[in-house]
Design a protein around this ligand. Structure first.
Ligand SMILES: *[C@@H]1O[C@H](CO)[C@@H](O)[C@H](O)[C@H]1NC(C)=O
Ligand SMILES: *[C@@H]1O[C@H](CO)[C@@H](O)[C@H](O)[C@H]1NC(C)=O
Ligand SMILES: *[C@@H]1O[C@H](CO)[C@@H](O)[C@H](O)[C@H]1NC(C)=O
Length: 341
């Protein structure tokens, strides 16, 4: 009888009170948002505990206030990816809009400002659009494009306060410029062309922001017994392991960035996993975006809520704070750095 009671109580106990816990053994996956066609580019603003992400094809920027548990969103006139808050003003959002980099001031409550175009990329490829992007430690924007027309029409750029008229090309050609991140020492840059099966690494010069010495860190084709799909968006944890969304593979895979070993596979109830970022007040929740654009009607029946944002708790690790963009002082003012040139 006593044994029965204890077992029953154990079952009722919250998961965190069960001992011992080993990292990732008891992770839980929850659905956060309503579905979009393609949710992508999640970023956590630790200054105000806000998660931003985009619905690329609806042209929406979404903002989730963690403590209020409230969503709000705005529409821009075009396809939108990514969204990154600014260093100087957390409501000054830098976005990719069609083939341009744009700025919009929005506090999540009031009407947004007019959208201001800062620069337009890839002039040689009019049918391309901006895809994923992130700020580096200096606040410069690394942002890439992808084309609807043909192969080899994507480009990864570095956009700075000084080079808005002519952003610097970093990697070209690519097919679908996608995931990117830096290690803690800021001497390695990781990059994904989602047209490939690989995650690549470059040496990163912390002083000059230059990349060199490309090498392949991880190739899905070397792990076909464990994972499928193509690497898409990614983030990194405090131990410099990569968390790579596998589009078409229904998983985020944790990869040792030194030797390419798979350390964990977190499966999701949809194949179209697009990207991931660390968030929550302790940066220990993994926010994961997904898409339903490539799913057949039959697949949609079997995959609840593709296109939603999920969050995962209990992974036993956490991320580092994101960098924000510093290419504009305010919506109606150029950045100061430019003035000194
Ligand atoms: C983005 O592209 C769409 C489709 O061509 C167009 O309707 C829209 O006006 C564009 N947005 C901007 C800001 O140019
Ligand atoms: C882009 O895709 C095409 C077609 O799959 C391929 O031949 C080409 O090598 C790819 N380009 C790059 C830069 O990987
Ligand atoms: C990652 O790989 C490096 C180099 O092989 C190794 O020293 C390190 O222990 C590995 N990390 C984990 C978490 O397995």
């Amino acid at each position: 009888m006593a044994t029965t009671v204890i077992t029953f109580l154990t079952l009722l106990a919250p998961i965190w009170s069960l001992q011992p816990l080993t990292p990732t053994q008891y992770h839980g996956i929850y659905q956060l948002s309503d579905p979009a066609i393609k949710a992508d580019c999640p970023i956590w603003d630790y200054r105000n505990n806000i998660l931003y992400f985009v619905s690329i094809y609806e042209g929406e920027i979404h903002r989730y206030d963690f403590f209020k548990q409230e969503f709000s969103s705005i529409f821009l006139d075009g396809e939108v990816a990514p969204v990154i808050p600014s260093v100087r003003d957390s409501n000054l959002l830098i976005v990719g809009l069609n083939r341009s980099v744009a700025a919009v001031e929005w506090d999540g409550v009031s009407e947004p400002s007019e959208t201001r175009i800062l620069t337009t990329l890839a002039p040689d490829f009019p049918t391309s659009r901006v895809n994923d992007g992130k700020a580096d430690k200096e606040g410069n924007l690394w942002i890439g494009t992808t084309s609807y027309e043909g192969p080899n029409e994507g480009i990864l750029y570095q956009v700075t306060c000084e080079n808005l008229d002519s952003p610097r090309i970093e990697i070209a050609p690519v097919n679908i410029s996608n995931g990117l991140t830096w290690n803690a020492a800021n001497d390695k840059f990781f990059y994904i062309d989602a047209g490939s099966t690989q995650v690549v690494e470059y040496s990163y010069n912390d002083e000059t922001g230059e990349i060199s010495n490309r090498r392949v860190v991880f190739d899905v084709n070397d792990h076909t017994e464990q994972v499928i799909g193509s690497p898409h968006g990614m983030t990194i944890d405090e131990d410099d392991n990569l968390w790579v969304a596998l589009y078409g593979g229904g998983a985020v895979v944790r990869v040792n960035s030194s030797n390419g070993d798979i350390l964990n596979i977190v499966s999701f109830p949809t194949l179209g996993v697009t990207s991931a970022t660390w968030g929550g007040p302790y940066l220990d929740m993994l926010y994961v975006t997904s898409s339903r654009i490539s799913l057949t009607n039959e697949q949609k029946l079997g995959q609840p809520a593709p296109g939603t944002v999920f969050f995962v708790v209990g992974l036993g690790t956490k991320g580092r704070p994101a960098y924000f963009v510093d290419i504009l002082d305010s919506i109606d003012k150029e950045c100061e750095k430019k003035m000194h040139i």
